[in-house]
Design a protein around this ligand. Structure first.
Ligand code: C2O
Ligand code: CU
Length: 423
């Protein structure tokens, strides 16, 4: 017997909250009376070795406006393992987090589940299955979600670029190769890039300088222009790139195989040349008050990632460990509402891990002992390379039980999963 999902181990428990535990009942009642501003039905269905949503993969891009009450009904047509939707990067109330075996039961074929949350955080997010995720996400049960500001930037073209591999074929918005946006010189384009894959993706712009406008949905404060450098996009993470289209056009390259051409292709279709240097978010943008004081945190936790031989679910193998423990014998990280918590993450496992914390955004304080000096760098997905060490801080302001796992999803299935729990 395997776990239904990597969150479904015996330790995970089956918590069913009636609503956001931190929200006063009166407000919950009020909210449930208020009609939703956006109502969607997403139907998940099997199509050969893919899973489609409303007939396509990626599923539809959901575009909502900040403050909207969003109501999405997931209908499982015929996914035999059952399925759910997790709103990656959106700090929804716990009961809406979509983690099978933790915040809800998987939705069986023929059944529905309705998610309701307020879209408070402007930015680029995505949604995906969180039941047997290492299979269902790879098979395509995913889509982008954009929360637009109430007053959008006028005159800026807005493009979504969902990167995903089906089998071994890299795709951009579900298609192979290069796609073209009909842009004119002088146009400003915001390209919202979502890495739904298990692997890190280098992205860069050819033919024009660019700015990284946002990371994981949060705007970078006064981002500077960069040129001939790439951005390493972590699995699960997002960046918004800002490009002003020059005469002769520009091209956003996603690795070596897919690209988004803005106007004309400045390379004339030549082989993409990946820059050798990368934007380092530890020092990118302009410092400003991050709105969190992590100088004397209420809690400090170690999150040491290792690897050793052992048994997982009765199977012998080399498994990931957290602080030396194998899943599911990993103690929960306990916080109280209002705490400022600091995680010290250390990766001595010999491989890279894109770590994803549910329900919270964390501020990167330092890497390998070097303090952050740029714009506050807020993440929900963080690449922790082999040998690296990070300190991150967050405010425990969203009660519930939350996963903190590797988004190279086979690693999560191999036990690289912890839980954050409110006392
Ligand atoms: Cu994007 Cu626990 O997942
Ligand atoms: Cu990993």
């Amino acid at each position: 017997m395997g776990y239904a999902d990597y969150g479904g181990g015996p330790e995970a428990g089956h918590e069913h909250h009636a609503g956001h535990p931190g929200t006063p009942v009166a407000e919950l009642v009020e909210r449930s009376r208020r009609p939703a501003d956006v109502t969607e039905t997403l139907t998940a269905a099997r199509d050969g070795d893919r899973i489609t949503i409303n007939g396509t993969s990626p599923g539809p891009t959901l575009r909502v406006t900040q403050g909207d009450l969003v109501e999405v009904t997931l209908r499982n047509e015929d996914i035999t393992d059952g399925t759910t939707i997790h709103w990656h990067g959106i700090d929804v109330p716990n009961a809406m987090d979509g983690v099978a075996g933790v915040t809800q039961d998987a939705v069986e074929p023929g059944k529905t589940f309705t998610y309701r949350f307020r879209a408070d955080q402007v930015g680029t997010y995505w949604y995906h299955a969180h039941q047997v995720s290492h299979e269902q996400v790879r098979q395509g049960m995913l889509g982008a979600l954009v929360i637009e500001p109430r007053r959008p930037d006028k005159g800026v073209r807005d493009e979504v670029a969902v990167l995903h591999r089906y089998g071994s074929t890299p795709t951009l918005n579900g298609a192979e190769g290069t796609q073209t946006v009909d842009a004119q010189p002088g146009d400003e384009v915001r390209v919202r890039v979502v890495n739904t894959d298990n692997a890190l993706m280098p992205i860069w712009v050819t033919g024009a300088p660019y700015r990284v406008l946002a990371v994981d949905g949060t705007d970078v404060h006064e981002p500077g222009e960069v040129r001939d450098v790439a951005v390493k996009l972590t699995a699960g993470a997002r960046v918004d790139l800002g490009v002003v289209v020059p005469e002769g056009g520009a091209r956003v390259d996603f690795g070596a195989t897919t690209a988004l051409v803005l106007g004309e292709d400045p390379t004339g279709g030549a082989e993409p040349k990946a820059p050798r240097t990368f934007v380092d978010f530890l020092g990118y943008g302009t410092p400003t008050d991050p709105g969190i004081d992590a100088s004397s945190p209420d809690r400090r936790f170690d999150y040491r990632i290792g690897r050793r031989p052992g048994f997982l679910d009765g199977k012998p193998g080399m498994w990931w460990t957290i602080n030396g423990h194998l899943f599911p014998d990993i103690p929960m990280y306990m916080v109280e509402e209002g705490d400022v918590a600091v995680f010290h993450i250390e990766n001595n496992s010999g491989e890279s891990h894109p770590m994803h914390l549910h329900g919270h955004h964390a501020l990167v304080l330092s890497r390998d002992g070097k303090e952050a000096t740029g714009s506050p760098w807020w993440i929900d997905s963080l690449e922790v390379a082999a040998g690296e060490e990070f300190e991150i801080a967050f405010v425990a302001d969203n009660p519930g039980i939350w996963m903190d796992h590797c988004h190279n999803l086979p690693h999560a299935a191999e036990g690289l999963v912890a839980h954050l729990m409110y006392a």
